[in-house]
Design a binder for this molecule. Structure first.
Ligand code: PAF
Length: 257
């Protein structure tokens, strides 16, 4: 597995290694959800490139950025064992030579759900994904459906800017108790981890309205950001933990009517 640290490294790697390229962008702290994207890419393309980069421009809360889990040594071992061809590990200076003077902004859906209380979050996501796609130039790029809003905004950006990458959404991978796998789960206290499956359990309860779910989550001690049903899906975001170590969880389920 090659470690690529410059744009020239990535471009040369893509040219020398013949075949189609599948790309999995990540912020590290990898889990089975990421590995499912890698596996899908390995099945559908000749070479899989994974990026590991904790993108500061998508964090509107500096505590969240500072507390983002870092498990790099383990991540690289997992990727090597999963048969990844190369890992791209850029720095801020490499990705943002313009110091974020240029950005990609979506003006509708990015303002809803996770975007409503996290101003600028999706602008940071779309900008870094645009940069990564332009550097790696993959035929296919893989994103998890846990971040369904992110997936749909990335698909929209690719269409709007005529990018040549096919964006592929992959199903949410869950723990046995229903909690959606997420890098942030590593930061849950054991008490919050014990409580956390209730979030998915309530979201999946078709007998309850969004408001009823919100009330039950409040009563159970979750700080609710939103519970919203839209376009056949119920989306939710909650915060667990305290001000010193808040952990944001998101999830979504299909609503069968
Ligand atoms: O989903 C993530 O891990 C990030 O938002 C992404 C797509 C790697 C962009 O930083």
């Amino acid at each position: 597995m090659k470690i690529l640290k410059s744009i020239a490294d990535v471009r040369t790697f893509g040219k020398v290694a013949a075949g189609s390229v599948g790309f999995v962008p990540t912020m590290g702290a990898l889990h089975q959800g990421h590995l499912s994207l890698v596996e899908r890419s390995r099945n559908e393309t000749d070479l899989t490139i994974v990026s590991i980069y904790v993108n500061p421009t998508q964090f509107n809360n500096q505590n969240d950025l500072a507390n983002y889990p870092d498990t790099l040594t383990l991540d690289l071992q997992m990727l090597e064992a999963a048969g990844v061809s190369a890992v791209f590990m850029p720095t801020y200076e490499l990705l943002y030579p313009d110091n974020f003077a240029y950005e990609v902004d979506e003006k509708q859906f990015s303002r809803e759900l996770c975007g409503a209380n996290r101003p600028g979050h999706f602008t940071g996501v779309l900008t870094v994904v645009m940069k990564l796609l332009n550097i790696v130039k993959p035929q296919k790029a893989y994103f998890g459906e846990k971040d369904f809003q992110q997936l749909s905004l990335v698909k929209g950006m690719v269409e709007a800017f005529f990018l040549e990458t096919e964006i592929i959404g992959c199903p949410i991978i869950r723990e046995d108790d229903g909690l959606a796998m997420s890098s942030r789960n590593l930061n849950l206290t054991s008490c919050d981890r014990g409580k956390s499956p209730l979030f998915n359990k309530l979201l999946s309860n078709a007998m309850l309205s969004d408001e009823e779910i919100q009330t039950r989550l409040d009563l159970a001690g979750f700080e609710v950001d939103y519970v919203v049903t839209k376009d056949g899906r119920r989306f939710g975001a909650v915060v667990m933990g305290d001000d010193a170590g808040p952990v944001r969880l998101i999830d979504n389920v299909e609503v069968v009517s």
